[in-house]
Design a protein around this ligand. Structure first.
Ligand code: NI
Length: 133
């Protein structure tokens, strides 16, 4: 991806805060830290909008975790209107990979994904979304 350079003017106090943020979070430099902050604050906010998007939640979990399947099922039924399809793969005796394809308002998809990923026992969970036009 092409990278553009630009300069920003910051008050000393704010620059100090940025440098502290860089050190505390082990960013290699200010640019990386700024990239992270911009993505968190601008890109993710777009995910809370009413635009119709398509996406998928990918989850890895241990199906032996107490109540996990019932919880996954209940939440998905609450959001049946945005769920296109789901795939479940048994990876081994314990672990499952589940992919849920979605289409709907970005904020609804984000809400659903947050609920799924927060379930106790989900080892890894991620939502990807893209505009459909
Ligand atoms: Ni399974």
């Amino acid at each position: 991806m092409p990278v553009s350079r630009f300069s920003i003017s910051l008050e000393d106090e704010l620059l100090k805060a940025l440098d502290l943020f860089v050190t505390e979070n082990n960013f290699p430099n200010r640019s990386q830290a700024m990239r992270h902050l911009i993505e968190k604050n601008i890109v993710e906010k777009k995910w809370l909008c009413n635009n119709i998007v398509a996406g998928a939640v990918v989850m890895i979990y241990n199906h032996h975790t107490k109540e996990i399947l019932a919880k996954l099922n209940r939440i998905q039924h609450d959001y049946f209107e945005v769920i296109l399809s789901s795939l479940h793969f048994h990876l081994n005796h314990d672990m499952c990979l589940e992919i849920i394809a979605l289409k709907g308002k970005a904020k609804i998809l984000t809400e659903l994904s947050d609920k799924l990923i927060a379930i106790k026992g989900i080892k890894h969970g991620k939502l990807i979304m893209s505009k459909t036009d």
